[in-house]
Design a protein. Structure first.
Length: 273
């Protein structure tokens, strides 16, 4: 449990850190966060906490103004932003997750820092249990080819932890996770499911437009009406909320086995969306 040695005034420069703190019951220690945190952590939307720049554009003055004893940031960083954080003089915890195991480690690290190691382990166990439950539900099913992207121009495949979730949801992830790809190379792999989860776009990716502009009309995913947008915060926030992203992926990849979520998953419409 928290002690007098644990940080009491935390600045969170990344939504994932805010979500993790909420999951272990220590959101009250957050004295400042980014405007993006409210998108994944509704408790922050109407709070009186200071709003500060994120890990990419951090500013020393904003951090100093709230007198933190811990600043948590995560990739992507700019060297200038890291320098600004360090100049504040507060303890600095920097995260750089790539895989699900990294996400579990980050949860354990943040939970330990605020004296909630036991709750952190419980959160991790619940995530792992849910992932295995979905994996068991698709065992033996056909595995459609899935391309999942986190950015559209340039075309960048989703991160390794998303590739792991696609695998758990019963799909075959196409392309190298986190790498840039050409439209032609992806088209040649004939994805049967196409998923766009653009950073910062919510679920507002213009699906019909990207299919048209890339010349992907003949792609199996397009011909079978299996082009989807999944809300950015469900797949690009390396935190316990990834479980919601997993369920959205499962509903897109195996719609006959999983219910369609009420929020976070949108399919292309023939009228063009």
């Amino acid at each position: 449990m928290p002690t007098e040695h644990t940080p009491r005034r935390i600045v969170s420069l990344q939504p994932s850190a805010t979500v993790i703190l909420a999951s272990v019951g220590q959101l009250a220690r957050v004295v400042a966060c980014t405007r993006y945190c409210a998108q994944v952590c509704p408790e922050m939307e109407f709070s009186s906490r200071a709003i500060v720049a994120d890990s990419w554009t951090a500013k020393t003055g904003e951090i100093l103004a709230v007198r933190p004893d811990l600043v948590i940031a995560a990739v992507p960083y700019q060297e200038k932003a890291v320098t600004e954080i360090l100049k504040s003089g507060a303890r600095f915890l920097g995260l750089a997750p790539r895989t699900l195991q990294d996400v579990y480690t980050d949860i354990a690290t943040i939970a330990g820092a605020v004296g909630e190691s036991t709750r952190g382990e419980r959160v991790i166990a619940e995530m792992q249990e849910e992932i295995e439950k979905v994996r068991a539900a698709v065992r033996g099913a056909e595995r459609p080819r899935v391309f999942c992207e986190e950015w559209g121009k340039p075309l960048i495949a989703s991160q390794p932890w998303v590739a792991e979730l696609v695998d758990a949801a019963g799909g075959e992830f196409l392309g190298q996770p986190g790498a840039q790809h050409s439209f032609d190379v992806i088209a040649a792999q004939a994805p049967e499911v196409l998923i766009a989860a653009w950073c910062g776009a919510g679920d507002r990716v213009p699906l019909a437009k990207i299919v048209r502009d890339r010349g992907w009309a003949a792609m199996p995913a397009v011909r079978q009406d299996r082009v989807y947008s999944i809300s950015d915060e469900l797949l690009n926030t390396p935190a316990p909320t990834l479980v919601h992203g997993l369920h959205a992926l499962a509903a897109a990849i195996h719609p006959g086995r999983f219910p369609q979520p009420s929020l976070g998953l949108r399919c292309i419409r023939r009228s063009g969306s």
